[in-house]
Design a protein around this ligand. Structure first.
Ligand code: 7TS
Length: 411
């Protein structure tokens, strides 16, 4: 049983008291975006009320407060993922921007015609399309590591796919559809043995488990703040300093320059070299507060509690005839369950559940190649976070049963 006081945690999230269609909200869509605790909402408000100015410019007091808030947030992120240097943390708009930065900057520098980029078919489009585009620009080969029937990847297949022509391996730490937890640490080691770099899409892992980039020994790690209790519009790219130093910026303008002449310019130091323009100041301050919250609850407690919830939901859902669950067994997956209910389109299901106050996601989950692999055009997904309860799962499972009954009368 969990050590967490979930009732107390739930009180920290004002939105959980919402009524939806006359019912208590049951929010099971945290993989899309998490809800925000009052401390994050308050801190963002506090920033605008007491700290707001542009950063790295003014000598006035508010300028200093804003700069300190922003740079302290960078230090909070650094410590949270155990990066060695603050220069290795680049604030971005989110995972998508972080991966695109690597694909354009590192990719354009390091990948030549005939080289290989290795990914998997379980990637979110954000960790697939940028590599497709890079492969096209460079006439490189985009290779996919085969998946097992349960949506996992074996290290044997990783070894069989990565070759000495491979320059980049990019993989989700946790799949947003299958819930698969990939052994990215071992994959990074194999990539390095072949002289390739390892890019980890951490969008679905960092909200739910301890991430240590030094231990993983990945070269880049991308994530979004909004899935980890933080504000929308902010995320980060971790990159090893030696690599980031060699890379060219992909955006140019204010802040990121050192000297600007009429025809030529030079770039400033890391991390600002990759942060052109006025950055996401209030958002970074809010993200740091979210990290404080997560740290206080404890990442190991979060992982253990979500594991308990997921195992419970998996078992209850498996008992319903006509429910097909995709991905690995409950003990091998993160806190989400993607499924279909036979005879009911996922959008109809999500609409029916919404009428019961239950929020789930339906669609292709920005993973069309994975839908192809599953042989499904669309699926439904319930995803969990620290504020969810077994009672909510009971409500959800009961509503699934009622929806099944309702639609079976129609056929
Ligand atoms: N990578 C993974 C594994 C994701 O799950 C997502 C978002 C992204 C990248 C992109 O993150 P963004 O913050 O830049 O948009 N995933 C989802 C999802 O599963 N449902 O909505 C968004």
């Amino acid at each position: 049983m969990t050590n967490l006081n979930i009732d107390a945690i739930r009180k920290d999230f004002p939105i959980l008291s919402e009524q939806v269609n006359g019912k208590d909200l049951v929010y099971l869509d945290s993989s899309a975006t998490s809800q925000k605790p009052l401390s994050v909402i308050d801190k963002t408000k506090y920033y605008y009320e007491h700290m707001n100015a542009n950063v790295h410019r003014g000598v006035h007091t508010l300028g200093t407060r804003a700069t300190d808030g922003y740079e302290n947030a960078r230090e909070t992120v650094r410590a949270f993922i155990n990066a060695k240097y603050f220069e290795e943390i680049i604030f971005t708009r989110g995972t998508t921007t972080a991966i695109n930065t690597v694909a354009q900057s590192y990719g354009d520098m390091a990948v030549q015609e005939g080289d290989e980029i290795v990914i998997t078919q379980m990637e979110h489009h954000a960790n697939l399309v940028p590599w497709q585009q890079l492969a096209k620009r460079k006439k490189a080969v985009l290779k996919y590591i085969p998946m097992e029937a349960d949506g996992t990847i074996t290290l044997e297949n990783v070894r069989a796919t990565i070759t000495n022509k491979t320059k980049i391996v990019a993989m989700a730490h946790v799949s947003n559809v299958l819930g698969t937890i990939n052994d990215v640490k071992s994959v990074a080691q194999i990539a390095h043995e072949h002289g390739a770099i390892m890019v980890v899409d951490g969008a679905q892992s960092i909200p739910h488990m301890k991430v240590d980039v030094v231990d993983l020994d990945c070269d880049f790690f991308a994530f979004s703040g909004h899935k980890m209790l933080g504000p929308t519009g902010i995320g980060a790219l971790y990159g090893k300093k030696a690599l980031l130093n060699k890379m060219e910026p992909i955006e140019f303008g204010g802040d990121m320059i050192d000297f600007v002449g009429l025809q030529e310019s030079t770039w400033t130091e890391l991390p600002t070299k990759f942060e052109a323009g006025t950055p996401l100041i209030a958002e970074a301050v809010g993200l740091a507060e979210a990290i404080n919250y997560l740290t206080e609850v404890g990442m190991d407690n979060i992982l253990a509690y979500e594991h308990e919830l997921t195992a419970y939901a998996y078992e209850k859902m498996s008992e319903i005839e006509g429910v097909e669950i995709y991905g690995p067994a409950a003990d091998k997956r993160a806190g989400l369950i993607t499924f279909n209910l036979q005879g009911v389109h996922p959008h109809d299901l999500a609409t029916a559940l919404d009428s019961h106050g239950i929020a789930i996601r339906a669609g292709h989950h920005c993973a069309q190649p994975l839908m192809k692999w599953l042989n499904q055009s669309s699926t439904a997904r319930a995803s969990f976070y620290i504020y969810n309860t077994k009672d909510e799962i009971d409500t959800f499972v009961q509503s699934l049963k009622e929806t099944k009954e309702f639609f079976s009368y129609e056929f």
